[in-house]
Write a protein that binds this ligand. Structure first.
Ligand code: FE
Ligand code: CA
Length: 509
């Protein structure tokens, strides 16, 4: 594979020498470029921090297509780059959409670093990143986010997180949305999807990623903190499973081709370490292990038709698949960290939605009860405590004492019958319940969810924002922050709710 790339770039160079002319670079998002950032319009980002290394990312945009561009990178202990720790030069080209990614090694644990890139006579913004701690800490804080949709509004929540003191940002998916303009969005704000059609081809996915990175809030959060990302469905298409998606129609071609190009663009445009599997884990010293799951593309069986579909109980149906499930259970069992944090895409807890007779409700773990029971049984049987599920997907905030079987066996006063806690993060910008239904209906929905689900300790279907998870040796705290508006760049926010759980318990208070 590598040979082909080298050979291709050699050919490209020799061709170019003969012709001295390249196709012009078509960059439909260039209307959004801030010329002062040239040629690094997309800023910089970092991700997947380990104890001794972190992924550094940027994108260099030439004025016209070039067969290759040399890019220098530097990482230092200080913002003025006088204490350089590592540096190098690498080459990018159109085959990777001029994106640049380096795994910067030789770093020390639990430390801030500063990094930048140079190319085409320009220097990028300086980014700040942080390695994971190897030993103990008094506390750790993660910002938890999901569901950032360009057309629904400005990513103000991202900009607010940039100002917070966090160790990393955990993005639980729906980092982009695939829809055509107006299909799922609020076009009155004036943020129109590019391309305007539904993204299907490699170039489509690249353009959409490029556009999202030009949001000021995303640029700010990316230069301030490392990201740990997992994809959900919209990085490919709505309600994706391993072999298809609700929003993939035959006229859009072979689903496997679409899935492959969506993955390619994702890996090009996000600061993620490229490995064989998307699911992966991070050691944050004695305080936490962070386990990120792939609940979409790895092995998800097609969603069942509804709550009464007998297929629901087919023992072959999986969200994770055997390999990933075994890996998760081994990780949990072998973890010596105080907190086992699971980056999970869709609600894990049992949710009673019988008050919504028409709701399909089979895309979450409610739709994969056999595998959920298997996982819960193991956690209980192996006496694994202090498990925290973090969940995105729903465009609402949630806090559950996790029950995976029968709600009748759960005691709301003592939390007996629960074996973990689950915190759901609201959307950065994707539509809340009140942007889909009238406000009264959304509020009634909140009340009914709480009435039917005694293990649900908090729900909010009306606000956009994020949650901060702070882990201490003796307790964990979740705080929900909400932004005032998405319709303009505005950094007003409110902290509305705080819940804590003590180590060794599942009681939220
Ligand atoms: Fe979403
Ligand atoms: Ca479609």
């Amino acid at each position: 594979m590598r040979y082909c790339i080298i050979l291709l770039s050699v050919l490209a160079i020799s061709c170019s020498k003969r012709e001295k002319k390249y196709a012009p670079l078509t960059e439909p998002v260039s209307v959004l470029f801030d010329s002062s950032l040239k040629p690094f319009y997309h800023g910089v980002a970092s991700g997947d921090p380990l104890h001794d290394r972190v992924i550094l990312w940027t994108r260099v945009t030439p004025e016209d297509s070039l067969p290759s561009i040399d890019v220098t990178w530097e990482i230092a202990e200080d913002e003025s780059f006088s204490s350089l720790v590592n540096s190098g030069t690498l080459t990018t080209n159109p085959d990777r959409d001029y994106t640049v990614k380096v795994d910067a090694t030789g770093l020390s644990p639990d430390k801030h670093y500063f990094y930048r890139f140079k190319a085409l006579d320009g220097t990028s913004m300086t980014g700040r990143t942080k390695t994971a701690p190897a030993g103990g800490r008094d506390s750790l804080t993660f910002a938890v986010v999901s569901c950032s949709n360009w057309e629904f509004g400005y990513f103000n929540a991202y900009a607010n997180i940039a100002e917070k003191n966090v160790d990393a940002v955990l993005h639980l998916g729906d980092y982009i949305y695939e829809y055509a303009t107006g299909k799922y969005g609020d076009t009155t704000i004036g943020r129109i999807n590019l391309p305007v059609h539904e993204i299907v081809t490699l170039q489509d996915y690249r353009t959409r990623h490029s556009q999202y990175r030009l949001d000021e809030g995303l640029r700010k959060i990316s230069i301030a903190h490392p990201f740990i990302t997992i994809w959900d469905d919209h990085e490919v298409a709505n309600d994706t499973y391993a072999e298809g998606a609700q929003n993939h129609q035959p006229e859009e071609g072979d689903f496997n081709v679409r899935k492959a190009v969506a993955k390619q663009a994702y890996y090009e445009w996000l600061p993620i370490r490229e490995g064989e599997k998307h699911y992966r884990s991070f050691s944050y010293g004695t305080l936490a292990d962070v386990i990120m799951l792939d609940e979409r593309l790895e092995a998800r069986t097609k969603q069942a038709e509804g709550k009464d579909d007998p297929e629901l109980w087919n023992t072959e149906r999986t969200m994770l698949g055997k390999e990933q499930r075994d890996w998760l259970l081994a990780k949990l069992k072998n973890s010596t960290a105080t907190w086992k944090v699971i980056g999970n895409q869709v609600i894990f807890s049992v949710v009673d939605e019988s008050f919504r007779p028409n709701a399909k409700g089979t895309d979450s773990w409610n739709g994969y009860p056999v595998e959920r029971t298997f996982i819960a049984d193991h956690i209980i049987h192996d006496s694994i405590q202090d498990v925290i599920f973090l969940t995105g997907d729903t465009h609402a905030s949630w806090a559950f004492e996790v029950v995976a079987f029968d709600l009748k066996k759960y005691n709301s006063k003592t939390s007996a019958g629960a074996f973990a806690v689950e915190f759901g993060t609201p959307s950065i910008s994707s539509s809340n319940w009140d942007e889909f239904y009238p406000l009264d209906t959304a509020k009634l929905g909140e009340q009914l969810y709480q009435k039917f689900n005694p293990h649900l300790k908090y729900v909010n279907g009306i606000d956009h924002g994020y949650l901060l998870l702070t882990l201490y040796p003796d307790r964990a705290k979740s705080e929900w922050y909400y932004v005032e508006t998405l319709r303009e760049i505005n950094l007003s926010e409110r902290k509305i709710k705080t819940l804590e759980v003590n180590k060794g318990t599942t009681k939220l208070k």
